[in-house]
Design a binder for this molecule. Structure first.
Ligand code: PFF
Length: 449
C-alpha cells in the first residue's frame, strides 16, 4: 500500500517531529504560567498533582492524538471524521476538532499579549533600563506596562505578524532550523538561571515550596487548574498535536517520541520553577503574585548578576522564541482545516485567522487598562479566556479524544499505529485511555461545579 501523505507536507524525520512538537509544548505555559499558578495554588501538593496528570492523563492522550493524526494525515476535524468512518461510527466526532479550533483562537489571543510583554522585556533588558532594579521598581515597571494599551497593542501586533508569516510559510523549514538551535540554547540558559537560583539564599525555601507536599493547601479548584495545565502545557485537547502528528513520518515509533516530548516539557517547567522561586524568596517577594511573577523576579535577578544584561536579554529572546513556536502551533490546525475544507490559499487562511485572533487580543490587553471593568463571572476578559480554555475546553476536548481513541476507533487501527513493543503495553494504554483518563478528568470537572 502506498503511504498516505498530508497535502501540507511532512517532517523530515522523527527528530524534527520531536523538535516541532516540543517547540509547541514548551512555551509560556512552562516558564510563565507554571511557576505563577504553582505560586497561586500553594506549591508542592499542586506540583505533585500536576506530575500525576502528565503521567496518567497527558501522555496517554498525546499518544492518541499522534496516532489519530498520523493515520488520517489531515487536520483534526477531518482526521476525526475519517477515522470515525473507517471504524463505522458517526462523523459527528469531527465536532471535537471544531471545538479545538475555537480553543486555539481563544488561547492565541491572550497568549500573544503575554508574548508581547516578553518582546518589551527583550528591549528593556537590552537597553539596560532594568539594570540594578529593586523588586519594588520591577513591580512598578510591570504595572506601568500593563497600564499602557498602545505599547501592549504594538507588541501584540508585532507578535501576531511574526506568527502569521511563519504559518504562511507552511510546514516550516525555517522555524525547524531555528528551533534546532534555540531549544538547546533555552535549556542551557535555563540551567544558568537555575544555577543562579541555587546560589541565592532563597534556594532552600524555593525548593521546599515546590516539593513539600502540604495537602491542606490543595482545593478542588487547584486540582482542576493542575488538570487543565497538564493539557495546556502539552498542547493537548485541541488538536495541535494531532495536526503535527499528521505530518509525522510513518516508520517512527510513536511511544518513545511522545515520552521524549513529555519529559522535555516537564523538565523545562520544573527547572523554570526552581530558577524563579529562589529569586522570589531571597528578595522577600510574594510567590502568589500571579501573572507578573516572572516579569518581576527575573529582571531583579538579572539586574544583580554579573553579565546580567547580556544573559537577561538572551533569556527573554529565548522565551520569545519558545512562545513563538507554540503560537505557530496554535494557528496551524485551523489554517490546515481551511485549506483542506474550504480550498483556501494558505496565505489567505493564515491572514484571516490571524486578524480574528488579533482583534480578540485587543480585548485581552484592554483587560489591564481601558476595559478592566468589563468582567464575566468576576473575571476580566483575559482571565476568562485563559480559564475557559485551559480549565474547561482543553480537558473536555481531552475527555472526548480519550473516549474516541478508546471506544470508537477500531482497536486494530490503534494497535497498528501505536505499534508498541509489547502487547501488554498496548493493553495498559487501552485501559488508561478507556477508563482512567476520561473518568479522572470528568470527576475533577464535576466536583468543581
Ligand atoms: N503548550 C504551550 C505552552 O505551554 O506554552 C501552549 C499551547 C500551545 C497550548 C498549543 C495549546 C496548544 F494547542
Amino acid at each position: 500500500m502506498q503511504e498516505k501523505k498530508s497535502i501540507h507536507g511532512s517532517w523530515a524525520s522523527r527528530w524534527i517531529f520531536i523538535l516541532a512538537a516540543t517547540g509547541s509544548a514548551v512555551g509560556l505555559g512552562n516558564i510563565w504560567k507554571f511557576p505563577y499558578i504553582t505560586g497561586e495554588n500553594g506549591g508542592g501538593a499542586f506540583v505533585l498533582v500536576y506530575l500525576l496528570c502528565i503521567a496518567l492523563v497527558g501522555i496517554p492522550i498525546m499518544l492518541a492524538e499522534v496516532f489519530i493524526g498520523r493515520r488520517a494525515r489531515q487536520s483534526p476535524y477531518n482526521a476525526l471524521q475519517e477515522l470515525a468512518e473507517e471504524s463505522g461510527k458517526s462523523k459527528n466526532w469531527g465536532l471535537i476538532g471544531l471545538m479545538g479550533m475555537l480553543a486555539g483562537v481563544m488561547i492565541l489571543s491572550f497568549y500573544s499579549v503575554v508574548a508581547g510583554w516578553v518582546l518589551q522585556y527583550i528591549v528593556s533588558t537590552a537597553n539596560g533600563s532594568l539594570n540594578d532594579i529593586t523588586s519594588e521598581q520591577a513591580g512598578a515597571v510591570f504595572s506601568g506596562l500593563l497600564a499602557d494599551p498602545s505599547t501592549l497593542l504594538m507588541w501584540h501586533s508585532i507578535f501576531m505578524i511574526m506568527v502569521v508569516v511563519v504559518v504562511i510559510g507552511g510546514v516550516n523549514a525555517g522555524i525547524e532550523r531555528a528551533t534546532r538551535i534555540m531549544m538547546p540554547a533555552l535549556f542551557i540558559l535555563l540551567f544558568v538561571l537555575f544555577g543562579y537560583g541555587m546560589s541565592t539564599d532563597g534556594f532552600e525555601a524555593g525548593w521546599d515550596f515546590m516539593f513539600d507536599f502540604d495537602f491542606s493547601k490543595l482545593t478542588w479548584d487547584s486540582v482542576l487548574v493542575a488538570v487543565g495545565h497538564s493539557f495546556f502545557t502539552l498542547s493537548l485537547g485541541m488538536g495541535t498535536i494531532m495536526a503535527y502528528g499528521s505530518y509525522m513520518p510513518k516508520r517512527a515509533s510513536i511511544g518513545s517520541t511522545v515520552l521524549a516530548i513529555g519529559f522535555l516539557d516537564t523538565l523545562v517547567a520544573l527547572v523554570a520553577g526552581l530558577a524563579i522561586f529562589p529569586i522570589i524568596f531571597s528578595n522577600g517577594m510574594d510567590p502568589a503574585a500571579g501573572p507578573g511573577l516572572m516579569f518581576v523576579s527575573l529582571p531583579v535577578a538579572f539586574g544583580q548578576m554579573a553579565g546580567g544584561q547580556f544573559f537577561g536579554t538572551l533569556f527573554f529572546i529565548l522565551i520569545g522564541v519558545a512562545a513563538w513556536t507554540s503560537a505557530i502551533s496554535l494557528l496551524e490546525p485551523t489554517v490546515a482545516f481551511l485549506v483542506e475544507r474550504m480550498g483556501m490559499k494558505r496565505s489567505t487562511a493564515s491572514i484571516s485567522i490571524g486578524i480574528v485572533v488579533w482583534a480578540v487580543g485587543i480585548l485581552c490587553l484592554g483587560s489591564f487598562n481601558f476595559m478592566s471593568d468589563v468582567t464575566i463571572f468576576g473575571k476580566n476578559i483575559f482571565d476568562t479566556l485563559d480559564y475557559a480554555t485551559a480549565n474547561i475546553m482543553l480537558p473536555l476536548g481531552g475527555i472526548f479524544i480519550a473516549l474516541f481513541a478508546g471506544w470508537t476507533v477500531k482497536q486494530k487501527i490503534a494497535a497498528d499505529e501505536l505499534n508498541f513493543k509489547s502487547e501488554s503495553l498496548f493493553k495498559l494504554w487501552l485501559f488508561v485511555i478507556k477508563f482512567i483518563a476520561p473518568v479522572a478528568v470528568a470527576i475533577v470537572f464535576v466536583l468543581n461545579l
